[in-house]
Design a protein around this ligand. Sequence first.
Ligand SMILES: Cc1cc2nc3c(=O)[nH]c(=O)nc-3n(C[C@H](O)[C@H](O)[C@H](O)COP(=O)(O)O)c2cc1C
Length: 397
Amino acid sequence: MQSEFRLRRCSVLFVEPRETLDLDLAGLLAGGDALASRCRWVALAPHLGAEVEIDDDELAALGRIGETPWRRHSDLASTTRPEVLARLLDLGLLISDAAPHEAMRRRDDLVRGTHWRALSAVAHMFSRWRGTDVADDARITRDRTLADLVDEYGLPPPHRVQCGEARIDLPDCEATALDRLLRSRTTCRNFDSRSELAPADFAAVLKRVFASHAVSEPLAGVRVIKRANPSGGGLHPLEAYLLLRGVQGVAAGLYHYDVVGHALEPLALLDAATATALAERFVAGQTYLSGAHALVVIAARFQRTFWKYRNHAKAYRVLLLEAGHVSQNIYLAATELGLGAFITAAINEGDIEQAFGLDPLEQGPIAVCGFGIRARRCDVPEFDPLGVVWDESGTQR
Ligand SMILES: Cc1cc2nc3c(=O)[nH]c(=O)nc-3n(C[C@H](O)[C@H](O)[C@H](O)COP(=O)(O)O)c2cc1C
């Protein structure tokens, strides 16, 4: 390493005082508390993508070293022990301008260059899953019934809010095709994986949801698209990455959708077993969703939106909202064709990123949607109180 290298703190860092509770049998036998509380400092730095534990000396040192000016190692060593500096450098919480630390410096530069809002970057990077199965999550596993939840949590907050006694009744609207469409939208958890989705239906959903209606160039070199959903700043940062396993005439595999050319870009072909396993992995073991013929990963290109909304408190929220718009359009486009659709946020982002080669600081999955042909029988519960999709015996109408 060059003799006089310089250091600064990584650009985004939050430190959480994390409590761990352990059973304290000795304390209990001595007549004290059954639980012993242990606190430690957990550093959350988005460029690392993984939590790291630090001690009091390291925390204090990080509080003394800013993230902007580069400072000579020898200057910092006058107030901070060299072994503390060395460990923070090893952890990647201090960034160095020396050649051996170039890889970590690039990760940190990516956070700076993407103009992430610090809190948003932490929320994004540390809410991602890899290899998670919802069956292992006691809060959402289907083994826990509604009655179990009420037993444990009491009743949920009421289903409606009413503000005072006064009322101004509003006129009803005449039912239109839009009403019929909206009322038949039902999250599908029963796909007929043995059948094949017609290519025309598959293409129609993608076109209606993701395809650009027009490309305009308001200023030389600045191109914007018009599409079905609204978009913060008109920047349309959401991409469709696809895992296809049941579209007639299209080999199972990973694809990207070209929104201007209305075309599939093949990324990797998969054999049937691998495609099935990967689909299950994407949706965290929810096999009733992974049976869909087409899975659509809605991924945000952060740089596109943050180009305008730099370090902006609302920018990340805008991306999440947009994904909701896109999801609703997938539901509606599929429903109109008599297909089933779903959305899930219980996804293994890390596995999806790996499969498609996405860097989560630049381009991250927000949700996975899917659509395809409904099964004849409703084996996994769906919410269809009007009986639009299923009859009383659970057979498709
Ligand atoms: C953001 C979001 C995430 C969801 N995640 C899941 C999920 O992980 N698994 C699932 O089966 N349904 C999921 N759903 C679907 C809801 O369970 C469903 O919308 C709700 O039960 C109401 O049913 P409906 O969509 O048929 O009206 C999700 C819905 C939303 C909006």
